[in-house]
Each structure stands twice: as structure tokens, then as C-alpha cells.
Design a protein around this ligand. Structure first.
Ligand code: NAD
Ligand code: UFG
Length: 350
């Protein structure tokens, strides 16, 4: 059977680059598309190198999803079997400051993509949603049937895109769509050759811890130690990015094998909750570095405890996360120590 062609939007990004590599290793032909607004082409080059011989099955297109003409040209040259749609802006705080930027980039980008897919008869989609759609869950673990809400414009774009996908599939049963709600992806490829390289001050816990460990930041601010949790700090479901990437292969297999999938949603998490302090101590152990802490007030909009029910993905996608916190921290540190400045060079930092 001829290899299947997959378009990966946001393919140069953190999760995208790991998924591109895994797709190549699984024998897919991949076009990675990215405007490089929040990523580096070096990530694509390195994923290609790690893929060895399969590198020949990868090409890159520097395109902004909102550029309909350029996007159509990509679809004119290759008949895609499916699209994995990662491209989007993801900084929660920035989305509160610049909602229009987020609505424009994430919604207009996705609508343009869906229109072009429709026009070219490509109706298989895997979309990156987020556990953020569970808001502050009333109970845990979060199952896919929980009520949905959005606490900020970023989260609202995820909710709106999920709803759009359900509407489109209802209107045209040829569409097959899988919405994947990621919990907290961390870690890096075990080679330490690709990983997360956020621009500016990191919003998320692990990239911040990493920057403290390599000396780019002096201390970690712990946002709240008065939650009703084991040690007072927030609890999340951290998942190794390689497991997350693997979940996309399982989702594609489901799309290609299940004619009646319709529009289905799956959590991708481990089902285990880890507190901020537990995470810090696991990272200290893996790296041998000490992470100075400053206890601060809660970050507005943060939930207390969020972790996934993994039953549905386990049952229907035959997918389950394999790595634990120790391996996540080991691989995060391997990437950080080999690439203390990510893909770039020291810049003046605030
Ligand atoms: P990332 O920023 O590393 O990757 C996103 C990529 O999309 C970047 O390379 C960026 O340059 C590109 N992009 C953005 N807008 C674009 C546009 N209009 N046209 C073309 N390219 C564009 O982020 P990531 O962590 O890899 O996240 C990937 C997806 O997963 C995002 O949709 C994000 O919202 C979602 N997600 C991420 C997390 C997380 O914690 N990392 C959690 C839940 C969901
Ligand atoms: N935290 C700190 N200090 C920091 C950063 C985070 O104490 O410098 C704490 C937070 O308060 C929270 C935990 O670490 O308790 C995790 O915070 P992250 O920012 O790493 O992750 P969140 O769960 O808050 O949010 C992330 C993404 C969202 C996404 C969600 C679920 O930012 O976009 O995971 O996937 F929706």
C-alpha cells in the first residue's frame, strides 16, 4: 500500500515537531506547514535528521494558514489523506491582553484550513484541543462528557473550534474528525535533539523550571500553596510529549479504520495528578540542580486539580501513555542541558 500523505500544521512547534518525527518513523509521508511565528526551522531540520532514511518523506512549507491562496497551492500539489492541525497561538495571558490576535489567528486560520480541505475533498482531521475546556472541574478525573467552559480567549478559541468541527461533521457525514484534549505535555525526545523552546518568558511550569536550572532565571514562582491539595500547590496531569505524539498516530489509525467515527473527542493524559512541588523535586532529582522557590499568590484563572480519565482513549484508540514523571524530567533535562538556549542564541531577556 502506498504511504499515506499527512499535512501537519504547526509542524515546527513543540508537539508538532515530535509528531512529525513519529509519523516519519511510522512510514507516513509528511508535509509540515508553519509560519514559524513561534518556532524555528531548526526543529524541522533536526526531526528530519532523527528520522534517518525516512527524511526523504518530509517536506516543509512556510505558510500562514490564513493565506488561503498559499494554502490552496499546497493542497493542489498533494492529495492529503488527513490533516493534523496543531497551528495556533497558545499563551493564555497573551490571549487576555490581545484577544483579537487570538481570534484572528486561531479561528480565521482554522476556518481557512477547513474551507481549503473541503474544497479539495480532504475531510479527515485531527485537532489539538486542550484540557483547558474543562475549566475548574467539579470533580476529577475529567471525562470527555464533562461540561465545557472557557476562562480566557485562548480557551474560547478551542471551544469554538470544537463546536465548529461538530457542526461541520453534522452537516456532511463525509467528514471524520478527532478532537484530542491534551493535558500538560512536557519532556522532550530522548535524543535531546528536539524539545520545547518558548519565546520570551515561559508561561508554563516545566519550561520555567528548566530555565532556572540552566541559570536563565533565578527562581521559580510557585503560584499558590493554599489549594486543597496534598501539599497546597496545583495538581496537573503531565504527559510525556513522545506519548502525546504517539496518541496522534493512534488517532490517525482510528480515522482510517473506523468509517463511522463522525466527530469524536478523546483525552490524552496519564490519569495521574502531580503537584507543583512534586514536579520540582522530581526535576531536581533528574538534573542534580536545586530550584530556588518563591511562594506567591494564586495565578488568576488557575484550577486546583486537573487530571484526565484515560479510559476512552485506552478503549477506543488502544492508546495509553507509557512514560512516568521520572522519564519526563530526565528527558526535559537532557534537552535543556544540551540546548540551554533552545534552538537559538542568548538574547537579552527581561
Ligand atoms: P507551539 O507554539 O510550539 O506550536 C504551534 C505552531 O503553530 C508554532 O510553530 C507556530 O509558529 C505555528 N503557527 C501558529 N499560528 C500559525 C498560523 N496562523 N499559520 C501557520 N502556523 C502557525 O505550540 P505546541 O505546544 O506545539 O502546541 C500545539 C497545539 O497544541 C496548539 O494548538 C496548542 O494550543 C495545543 N495545546 C498545547 C498544549 C501545551 O501545553 N503545549 C496544551 C494543550 C493544547
Ligand atoms: N505554575 C507555577 N509557576 C509557574 C508556572 C506554573 O507555580 O511559573 C503552576 C500553575 O499554577 C499550575 C501548574 O504549575 O498549578 C501548571 O501550570 P502550567 O502553566 O504549566 O499549566 P496549566 O495547566 O495552567 O495550563 C497549560 C496550558 C494551557 C492548557 C493546559 C491544559 O498553559 O493552555 O495546560 O493542557 F490548556
Amino acid at each position: 500500500m502506498a504511504p499515506k500523505n499527512i499535512l501537519v500544521t504547526g509542524g515546527a512547534g513543540y508537539i508538532g515537531s515530535h509528531t512529525v518525527l513519529q509519523l516519519l518513523q511510522e512510514g507516513f509521508r509528511v508535509v509540515a506547514l508553519d509560519n514559524l511565528d513561534n518556532s524555528s526551522f531548526i526543529a524541522i531540520k533536526r526531526a528530519a535528521e532523527l528520522a534517518g532514511d525516512a527524511e526523504k518523506n518530509l517536506s516543509f512549507q512556510k505558510v500562514d494558514l490564513r493565506d488561503k491562496e498559499a494554502l490552496s497551492k499546497v493542497f493542489d500539489t498533494i492529495k492529503f489523506d488527513a490533516v493534523i492541525h496543531f497551528a495556533g497561538l497558545k499563551a493564555v495571558g497573551e490571549s487576555v491582553q490581545k484577544p483579537l490576535l487570538y481570534y484572528n489567528n486561531n479561528l480565521v486560520g482554522t476556518i481557512t484550513l477547513l474551507e481549503v480541505m473541503n474544497a479539495h475533498g480532504c475531510k479527515n482531521l485531527v485537532f489539538s484541543s486542550s484540557a483547558t475546556v474543562y475549566g475548574w472541574p467539579k470533580q476529577v478525573p475529567c471525562t470527555e462528557e464533562f461540561p465545557l467552559s472557557a476562562a480566557n480567549p485562548y480557551g474560547r478559541t478551542k471551544l469554538i473550534i470544537e463546536e465548529m468541527c461538530r457542526d461541520i461533521q453534522k452537516s456532511d457525514s463525509e467528514w471524520k474528525i478527532i478532537l484530542l484534549r491534551y493535558f500538560n505535555p512536557i519532556g522532550a525526545h530522548p535524543s535531546g535533539y528536539i524539545g520545547e523552546d518558548p519565546r520570551g518568558i515561559p508561561n508554563n511550569l516545566m519550561p520555567f523550571i528548566q530555565q532556572v536550572a540552566v541559570g536563565r532565571k533565578a527562581e521559580l514562582m510557585v503560584f499558590g500553596n493554599d489549594y486543597n491539595t496534598k501539599d497546597g500547590t496545583g495538581v496537573r496531569d503531565y504527559i510525556h510529549v513522545v506519548d502525546l505524539a504517539d496518541g496522534h498516530i493512534s488517532a490517525l489509525e482510528k480515522l482510517f479504520s473506523d468509517q463511522n467515527i463522525g466527530c469524536e473527542v478523546y483525552n490524552l493524559g496519564t490519569g495521574k495528578g502531580t503537584s507543583v512541588l512534586e514536579m520540582v523535586s522530581a526535576f531536581e532529582k533528574a538534573s542534580g540542580k536545586s530550584i530556588p522557590l518563591v511562594m506567591c499568590t494564586r495565578r488568576p484563572g488557575d484550577a486546583e486539580i486537573v487530571y484526565a480519565s484515560t479510559d476512552k482513549a485506552d478503549r477506543e484508540l488502544k492508546w495509553r501513555a507509557k512514560h512516568g514523571i521520572e522519564e519526563m524530567c530526565r528527558d526535559q533535562w537532557n534537552w535543556a542541558s544540551k540546548n540551554p538556549w533552545g534552538y537559538g542564541f542568548p538574547e537579552s531577556e527581561s
